[in-house]
Write a protein that binds this ligand. Structure first.
Ligand code: ADP
Length: 379
């Protein structure tokens, strides 16, 4: 049974999973951290070799694993790449040109492609783009109200990210409810370290919270999400911060970390329980922002049939789910406490029978979604 090695390269981490797309089974998965740091591996090539070693220790030799493809998570395809695409020298060259669109995310992804092609030269490498699912957002949702010529010249539009997850989760939700995908109005909340919301109208994504870059929208682990663009110029002029410093501030030193002192929600809750005011404020800002997006997407869709929570926070944090949806009975959303707090790893409903909107917890599986996209390319 053929398998796909899925690689997700960040600047200092490499996540990998060996997936069997036909059964949906993950044969092995793991993570190499601290790439390029003093106590870690020196570079991405060493990281990938370490991943191979880890697989070998788990009893898997990639050369015997009937590897059909290596699937690369590619963050930003710009206007050029939409569909999953075979990695060639030409694609890599074009991806280098797209780096300014996602300066923190695209360079390590491209590096991962280069290194993996070198170490596994005999297998097809396929780039699967985070932006693909949202490529056909309606113009009203895809455009910023910016000088049209400037926007066109510099390719500024709302691209959206986490597409694999939003697509996979919304399809899983429809299958779980045994309803046709193209009849449901869905809201998906992907709440991990990165976080994004989407509105999907009868199978078609009509809005999403991330925009030109993965910084817009919800409060995230270390990213600010929505912020007045005036803040950027103000910091530059008044605090004499450089553009690179402002990028770092908004990407790495903001969000739950910047406001509340911790990225991980387990830590945030522990601090709140200990009376930490900063953590409490960060939690309240996080939930408030989410509620605003839910309200907005209910309006965009004209009401929803399903609302799904997914990713690390969405799947595990019952308190976030309860607090974000508290008091929304008038909008047709009612969470059942016992169902919400039940200990389960499975896809499940957590709303009451009376709730007009069915609220689900749906485990995401971006690796499987990427692996299946690869198989579709290979036919
Ligand atoms: P990534 O965006 O890196 O893929 P994940 O989707 O794995 O992130 O989410 C990671 C986050 O999930 C952690 O930072 C943490 O806040 C949250 N998380 C994980 N497990 C739990 C848990 N049991 N309770 C609350 N939050 C959790």
């Amino acid at each position: 049974m053929s398998s796909v090695l899925v690689l997700n390269c960040g600047s200092s981490t490499l996540k990998y999973a060996l997936v069997r797309p036909s059964s949906g089974e993950t044969a092995a998965s793991g993570l190499v951290e601290r790439i390029g740091e003093a106590d870690g591996v020196p570079d991405h090539e060493a990281a990938l070799r370490q991943a191979f070693d880890q697989l070998r220790e788990a009893g898997i030799d990639l050369h015997d694993a009937d590897l059909a493809a290596v699937g690369h998570r590619a963050v930003h395809g710009g206007r050029r790449f939409i569909e999953p695409t075979l990695v060639t020298d030409e694609l890599i060259a074009t991806m280098h040109q797209l780096e300014p669109l996602a300066p923190l995310h695209n360079p390590p992804g491209v590096l991962g492609m280069e290194v993996a092609r070198k170490l596994l030269p005999d297998v097809a490498h396929i780039a699967v783009f985070d932006t693909a699912f949202f490529h056909h957002l309606p113009p009203a949702a895809a455009h910023y109200a910016l000088d049209a010529e400037v926007a066109e010249r510099w390719h500024i539009r709302r691209y959206g990210f986490h597409g694999q997850s939003h697509e996979y989760v919304s399809q899983q939700a429809a299958a779980f409810l045994d309803r046709p995908y193209d009849q449901l109005r869905q809201i998906v909340l992907h709440l991990g370290n990165g976080a994004s919301a989407s509105a999907i109208d009868r199978g078609r994504p009509v809005d999403t919270s991330m925009g030109m870059t993965p910084m817009e929208g919800l409060v995230m682990g270390t990213r600010s999400g929505d912020i007045d663009p005036g803040v950027v110029g103000y910091l530059h002029r008044t605090a004499q911060m450089s553009v690179a410093e402002i990028d770092t501030l908004l990407n790495r030193r903001s969000g739950m970390l910047g406001l509340g002192g911790a990225v991980d929600f387990r830590e945030i809750h522990a601090r709140i329980d200990a009376g930490d005011e900063a953590a409490t404020l960060a939690y309240d800002v996080y939930c408030h922002r989410l509620r605003k997006y839910i309200g907005a997407y209910l309006a965009v869709l004209g009401g929803a049939d399903v609302l799904s929570f997914t990713a690390g926070v969405g799947e595990n944090d019952a308190l976030v789910r309860a607090d974000v949806l508290a008091g929304l009975g008038a909008l047709g959303i009612e969470v059942d406490d016992a169902l919400n707090t039940a200990d389960s790893r499975e896809i499940r409903a957590i709303s009451t029978d009376a709730s007009a909107v069915t609220v689900l917890v749906v485990p995401t599986n971006e690796e499987l979604a990427i692996a299946r996209s690869c198989m579709a390319v290979l036919g």
